[in-house]
Design a protein around this ligand. Sequence first.
Ligand code: AGP
Length: 364
Amino acid sequence: ESYDMGGHDTYMHKEICEQPDAVDRVLRGRIDDRFSTVHLGGLNLDAREARGIRRVKILGCGTSYHAGLIGAGLVESLARIPADAEPASEFRYRNPVVDPDTLYIAVSQSGETYDVLAAVQELKRKGGRVLGVVNVVGSAIAREADGGTYVHAGPEVCVVSTKCFTNTVVAFALIALHLGRIRDLSVAEGKRIIEGLRKLPAQISEILETEDEIKKLAAQYADAKSMMFIGRVRGYPVALEASLKLKEISYIHAEAYPASELKHGPLALIEPALPTVAIVPDDELLEKNRAAMEEIKARSGRILAVAHREQEKADHTIVVPKNEDELDPILMGIPLQLLAYHTALALGRDIDKPRNLAKSVTVE
Ligand code: AGP
């Protein structure tokens, strides 16, 4: 992959559009149809060790932390191992209990983020086992970790991360499937996830084809001074990441909340001038998400839904293809990258180099 813009106006646009190929790359050569599993030799974990893991703790910063939140959900649902994610920048300052039965996973696009590297070093000093989920081959975190996997997104030049976020989540789906099949995930369930993974590149291409529509929506929301992003369970990290993307490049203030938390405070903010982006997958929480949209409508809030079918309560819906429930967050993030991109473009922002930010934060 070259560093030229390949006909795109910005690296961000190029990198968003590369996602079908990038996802294809992280999957390539890893799926084992015979046993409905995946091979991730770099994890350096044999079956006995994988069965001994009692917890998974994922550490990363910014977008990588958000990918880790989705990753933790995948590990819990597919491998049935308690898992959570935490900002690496906070981790070492709370003197964490380092547990020998916990598998620690450090996530980083650059592999050079100081806060993540320092967390890895602190863990290793205390005898923790740390894997890396990293994009840049041979980077400091990849070298320091006890094993791991590369996410193979290719070079990411734009300061804000897009394709690397998507590929990191796919890499977590592979890790969760691998651990799940060693533990209690059935052949049929493994097959279901593999079929879902294989559909992703074509489904992402389908979403990218709706760019003109998303551009028109961005023009309608670009005048907002602030935006709310909501989602539940799997949808919440998507909301967090979409709100980060919007603030990084458009400088519009954005908040992300679990939809279930609205009534505990943020509902006070809802008024016509504060649009809400609602992540509404067709899963067991669909009706709950619809109820949250109703609450917002009752306060005259504007709603842009990202869903698998038109949402009556929303003013606009971006319809994305349906995959397996566990993999839907991957698809739902893509149109929101385009929404942030076109909002920033409409506002004339320097998209590839947003103010005050660096691609890789190698200092504390
Ligand atoms: C992403 O859009 C951001 N620029 C930022 O949050 C980034 O994800 C974070 O600094 C972590 O970087 P890393 O993945 O290279 O460790």
